[in-house]
Ligand binder design. Structure first.
Ligand code: ZN
Length: 372
């Protein structure tokens, strides 16, 4: 395929080895000990099937034939070292070279996880670089393990390396970009990415999340950045129970104006699908159409360059349909996957009173951030 042909395509970066990351003995979020009975199947919610089933659904519907399916190269130690401490990377590699273990909070891993984490970050790095160089129209990285909670020296929330931060720094070193915006619509706060870029005016970080879902002590609206980064961090904490309409209103009134004003070279979406109405780790009511419509709104931005990195999302059934809907819009395809939960979630959307109250809260946030 020629360069002009690929530049009109959506790339989908994935690697079977990312599905082989495993570890720990958990029953959902609870470590198995004391009164917690081991689970026969399952364990940690962050499991391969949610993501593998998205890849499978793309194959089954034929949308995958319209995407440019490709792998990626692992990031190097030097790439990872721009974000993480040598001490953490050393401990991670040492445990990974042996029998695996756990260095943070709910981040168990097995032998060889260090290399899988470098590969996961590599899918995001390649997605970012290929969009910035114009190789592809836009790109989606099916990264696993996820990254947005990971701090420089402490992994947490299933995240072992901060994939997006590593990718952005690599692109900056290669002089591919000056200004990047990270839009994190995973239902949990993107605390790791916020922390890494908190004092930086060149990387705008926006997180829309369920208030105090995870972590419990971050993601508050008042955290707008520090020092030179003051004004370049935006937290949009939402109450449990918000659904389709609230997410789209937040996009329209808060996120799109902020992105237009910042005018980034690139928007990286930290894309969790755990705001889904059937996700076991949140209490939101989004549908696959929510993700479809958010993509439509984003893609109306002028001169948008878009890379998407998969983060959370724990419904094995629903994540594939949410991802499919998003990729339909990214690629402009007419292939559709019929969401079996759409009607059920449609009926469960909040009533008009709740919606009016959420609009009022969004209005207060608009005032807080100083939009006119
Ligand atoms: Zn999440």
């Amino acid at each position: 395929m020629s360069a002009t042909e690929t530049s009109s395509k959506t790339a989908f970066l994935w690697d079977e080895k990312c599905f082989w990351h495993f570890g720990g003995n958990y029953a959902q979020l609870a470590p198995v000990r004391g009164h917690v009975q081991p689970m026969v199947a399952g364990g940690l919610p962050e499991a391969p099937e949610t993501k593998r089933r998205l890849k499978n659904l793309l194959d089954v519907t034929g949308l995958g034939d319209e995407l440019l399916m490709t792998g990626g190269k692992s990031v190097t130690y030097e790439d990872a070292l721009r974000i993480h401490t040598a001490e953490y990377l050393g401990e991670f590699k040492q445990l990974s070279d042996n029998n695996g273990g756990e260095l943070g909070l709910r981040t168990p891993f097995g032998p060889g996880a260090y290399e899988i984490a470098l590969l996961s970050a590599g899918l995001v790095k390649d997605a970012v670089q290929s969009v910035l160089t114009g190789t592809y129209k836009n790109a989606y990285a099916l990264s696993r393990p996820p990254g947005h909670h990971c701090l420089p020296d402490w992994p947490n929330g299933f995240c072992l390396l901060n994939n997006i931060a590593i990718a952005i720094e690599s692109a900056k070193v290669d002089k591919l970009t000056d200004r990047v915006a990270v839009l994190d619509w995973d239902v949990h706060h993107g605390n790791g990415t916020e922390h890494i870029f908190l004092e930086r005016p060149d990387v705008l970080t926006i997180s829309i999340h369920q208030d105090r879902c995870y972590p419990f002590d971050s993601g508050f609206i008042e955290q707008t950045g520090l020092g030179a980064g003051q004004g370049y961090n935006m937290n949009i904490p939402l109450q449990p129970g918000c659904g389709h309409a609230t997410y789209l209103e937040v996009m329209e009134r808060l996120i799109l104006p902020t992105l237009r004003a910042f005018a980034p070279d690139l928007v990286v979406v930290a894309c969790g699908f755990d705001a889904s109405g059937v996700d076991p780790l949140s209490r939101m009511l989004c549908t696959s159409d929510t993700f479809r419509e958010m993509a439509v709104m984003l893609m109306e931005l002028e001169d948008l360059r878009l890379a998407v990195a998969h983060e959370g999302g724990y419904s094995e059934v629903h994540v594939p349909f949410c991802g499919h809907a998003l990729l339909e819009q990214m690629s402009g395809s007419s292939v559709r996957a019929s969401d079996p939960l759409a009607e059920r979630l449609e009926r469960q959307q909040p009533d008009a009173d709740f919606q009016r109250y959420q609009s009022k809260r969004i209005g207060e946030m608009v005032d807080f951030f100083g939009f006119t």
